[in-house]
Design a protein. Structure first.
Length: 360
């Protein structure tokens, strides 16, 4: 009964009350007749007729009250159902929508007004947060670029002492990380605002993956890792080549960072039901089960090893880019043998998210 619709619950309660009222009426009639001893001998037949008539009316009363109660409850709960349907359509991309206010001055109308006011506050807070991330990331680009140019000039200056060059090289590495963070935050802010415009083009995903696997092999070689690929000769698709490359790059970087010594990295790709499926897996330490459901959240890291660099933005950004292409990114498994991610993207179509009030 816990899963029954509310209108059927109300109808059942109404029918139960009607039956109880009928039984109470019959009991009252019976009691009155019993107390009247002088008349009981003369009207005993009428007494039983009344009692049987009332008991026979119970099924009819039950059906009529149940159907009538359902109809009344349906009419009464129609605004609640409209609220539920409208609320289910409100997402981060259309927070400007509001719940319909019924033309009545009752408790439901008051509730909708309160909910709409809450949505107003939520929209303002969300837009301020998105605008702050976008503007902060955008304004950080210029000072970071100037800082990087200055450090590179120090590194290329032949008069710079070796000790200073070592320090400058370490600073340049940190600047590159700052650049990556700023770019990722800007992309995420655009995704939140519904303004993740993608440069659609026809390209061969297998060719892109082959190039990335060669780069991954060069990086993995220094760590003693082996890279294995299984790619089809061609995998044509329509999408943003740079964005899809960024998704795979994040997966490969994680596969290298979180691998074990002399481990393996596998890059597989194929077409499944009109979708391009890319699988990247490594046999490093598994992600703890309690942390696995949160790995696509921002600034959340699947492993707590502070020695491994990272900001917890890579997988979140990769997931948003996959969704923008009409696909998705998921963690298939993470056990002592393999940690495996799967990227699914429609091979011949793309979805571009836009909003008129998006950030510039």
């Amino acid at each position: 009964m816990k899963r029954w619709p509310l209108r059927w619950k109300l109808a059942l309660y109404a029918a139960a009350l009607a039956v109880a009222a009928t039984l109470a009426g019959g009991a009252t009639t019976w009691t009155i007749i019993l107390l009247n001893d002088a008349e009981m001998r003369n009207i005993s037949r009428i007494q039983w007729d009344i009692l049987l008539g009332m008991l026979g009316a119970i099924p009819t009363v039950l059906v009529v009250i149940a159907l009538g109660g359902h109809w009344v409850a349906k009419k009464a709960l129609a605004p609640v159902e409209a609220i539920s349907q409208a609320a289910s359509r409100i997402t981060a991309q259309n927070l400007d929508q509001r719940l319909p206010v019924p033309p009545t001055d009752d408790e439901i109308a008051e509730l909708i007004a309160v909910m709409n006011a809450t949505l107003d506050r939520l929209q303002r807070s969300f837009e301020q947060s998105v605008r702050f991330s976008a503007e902060a990331s955008h304004h950080l680009k210029t000072p970071i670029s100037v800082l990087r140019a200055g450090i590179e000039e120090i590194l290329t200056d032949p008069e710079t002492p070796a000790k200073q060059q070592t320090r400058a090289d370490a600073l340049l590495h940190q600047v590159h990380q700052l650049t990556s963070i700023a770019e990722n935050l800007l992309l995420l802010a655009r995704a939140d605002a519904g303004r993740l415009d993608l440069n659609r083009e026809q390209f061969d995903l297998s060719e892109v993956l082959r190039g990335m696997s060669e780069d991954a092999s060069a990086m993995a070689e220094a760590e003693g890792l082996e890279v294995e690929t299984k790619l089809p000769p061609e995998l044509p698709m329509v999408g943003d080549r740079r964005m899809i490359s960024l998704v795979v790059q994040n997966l490969l970087e994680n596969a290298i960072k979180y691998n074990q010594p002399d481990g393996s990295i596998c890059i597989y790709a194929k077409t499944v039901d009109g979708e391009a499926e890319v699988t990247v897996r490594n046999n490093g330490e598994p992600i703890p089960p309690e942390r696995a459901p949160h790995i696509f959240e921002r600034f959340y890291r699947g492993r707590t090893d502070a020695r491994i660099p990272g900001q917890g933005l890579g997988l979140s950004l990769a997931s948003e880019l996959a969704k923008a292409h009409g696909g998705g990114l998921e963690l298939v498994r993470s056990d002592p043998d393999w940690t495996e991610f799967r990227l699914l993207i429609p091979a011949q179509k793309i979805r571009v998210i836009k909003r008129e009030d998006a950030l510039t």
